[in-house]
Design a protein around this ligand. Structure first.
Ligand code: TGC
Ligand code: FAD
Length: 395
């Protein structure tokens, strides 16, 4: 099924934000949008309905530069700025949050930690292949007993008789059943959080898939299980020490989600506007009713505010001035905005809104994961609360 308004999608630019974007940013946006229209829109509704991860897109995502675009060119990235990265995520998530998840994890949660905390050998070994989409990576932080509070993790990387052994389990891991490598966070003998790269095929390492998701059905999610997995010393990230290391990766991914979720929001808004001009009730297009216009007016207002917030924080990030709390606000606000818009735009389509002929229900269900992962909405409220008051609600 293909939504009949998909090919007329142009995004929304109510306050001429385009004038603040660079030519490169606009060119990247247009080329990713063209690829999405050609390669993703025709297959995404069926992929989600059938819970089928579109694995054939992985190589193409590499070819269009969607994997780690912010990583320097010498390691296979594009070396672009934060807002360009965000704009790529926006175009991917306009198609599906699951597609954006695949790319966010590869770029921000696998390539970024190897680039930031890895040795030169690790960078050369993994980054160019990950950038090309030769294989997928995944990021293991969350555990069955520790989601919002990763500091409590139970997975260990212990030294015994001259070797390192990884034991424990990670839960809810995007890409894991298909990943060639996993960046995994564990506690060492001193109880300090460290990171390592686990490769598929290592003895004692398995990645069972999690089934039965009603959200992100076109993304694949699984567990990571480590049963005395021997980790060569050269696979330990030498510069990653403490919870700050994995949290810094989350900052990169959360920023991308801040832009990305607006892509889903604009897709819903576009469909709602077009449908409201065509659908006649009581002898008029439903778009002429004041209550429909109120919904649409509020949606474009919230999209516009979200765009300005994301763009400004991206500019600050380029200057090294974006704090984790600012990025947390972008993620929280824009995902909530997108979820509200998915719901309201679904209402504008009445009964048709619940079918797979239009993308709203799929976006809405996807966004229920997006508002949960990378820190739940409430955790992000508490991050802002702590930043404002100086008082820590977590402990
Ligand atoms: P806390 O004491 O606040 O922080 C420990 C150290 O880390 C620093 N820090 C950060 N650094 C960079 N970026 C951030 N976002 C940071 N947040 C904190 C902090 O300054 C401190 O540094 P230092 O020098 O003092 O050591 O730690 P806490 O244990 O109190 O936890 C705080 C809290 C609750 C905010 C944190 O644990 C948290 O963010 N929890 C949410 C967990 C989460 O987001 N998990 C995501 C898992 S990955 C995922 O969901 C991928 S989905 C991908 C997809 O499919 O797209
Ligand atoms: P919990 O931490 O158990 O939270 C449950 C509820 O309690 C939430 O509403 C939360 O807000 C609330 N809560 C918790 N603590 C507090 C508090 N202090 N104050 C107030 N309320 C609180 N993780 C990875 O490591 N890698 C991945 O690739 C990854 N991909 C994911 C993909 C999907 C589809 C999903 C759904 C999750 C993924 N996650 C991943 C895990 C995700 O980050 C966690 O689900 C998330 O951090 C929340 O943890 P939890 O599910 O254990 O919920």
């Amino acid at each position: 099924m293909i939504n009949r308004y998909a090919q007329s999608y142009r995004g929304f630019d109510y306050v001429l934000l385009d004038e603040l974007l660079t030519d490169e940013q606009k060119a990247v946006r247009d080329s990713v949008r063209a690829w999405v229209n050609k390669s993703v829109i025709p297959i995404i509704e069926d992929a989600a309905e059938n819970c089928a991860f579109p694995e054939h897109l992985v190589k193409e995502l590499g070819e269009i530069g969607a994997f780690g675009p912010q990583i320097p060119q010498e390691y296979g990235g594009l070396g672009v700025d934060y807002n360009t990265y965000g704009i790529i995520m926006q175009e991917l998530e306009r198609a599906d949050s699951g597609l954006r998840s695949t790319a966010s994890v590869q770029g921000s949660l696998v390539m970024f930690p190897i680039w930031k905390y890895g040795s030169e050998e690790q960078k050369m070994k993994y980054l160019p292949a990950l950038a090309k989409g030769e294989y997928l990576g995944c990021f293991g932080l969350t555990e069955p007993n520790h989601g919002s509070n990763p500091q409590g993790m139970e997975t260990t990387l212990k030294y015994k008789d001259g070797k390192y052994y990884l034991n424990g389990a990670k839960m809810w891991i995007t890409n894991s059943p298909k990943a060639g490598i996993a960046v995994v966070w564990a506690k060492n003998d001193q109880g300090e959080i460290v990171g390592c790269v686990v490769e598929r095929g290592m003895k004692g390492f398995s990645t069972p898939e999690i089934h039965g998701k009603w959200s992100l059905r076109a993304s694949i999610t699984g567990e990571l299980i480590f049963d005395d997995v021997e980790i060569p010393e050269e696979n330990i990230l030498p510069k990653a020490k403490g919870l700050k290391a994995p949290l810094s990766c989350l900052s990169s991914a959360r920023f991308g989600i801040g832009w990305g979720s607006l892509g889903a929001a604009m897709d819903c808004l576009h469909v709602a506007v077009e449908y409201s001009k065509e659908r006649i009730q009581f002898g008029k297009p439903i778009g002429q009713f004041q209550l429909t216009q109120k919904k649409l007016a509020e949606m474009i207002t919230e999209v516009t505010k979200g765009q300005l917030l994301a763009w400004r924080v991206g500019c600050l990030a380029a200057e090294g001035k974006a704090s984790p709390a600012m990025i947390s606000m972008v993620k929280r606000n824009n995902v909530e905005t997108a979820l509200t818009i998915a719901r309201d735009s679904r209402q504008i389509l009445g009964g048709m809104g619940i079918t797979g002929e239009f993308p709203m229900m799929r976006h809405m269900m996807n966004l229920e994961s997006v508002i949960t992962y990378e820190g739940t909405h409430d955790i992000h409220l508490l991050i802002t609360g702590m930043d404002l008051t100086g008082l820590n609600a977590f402990g």
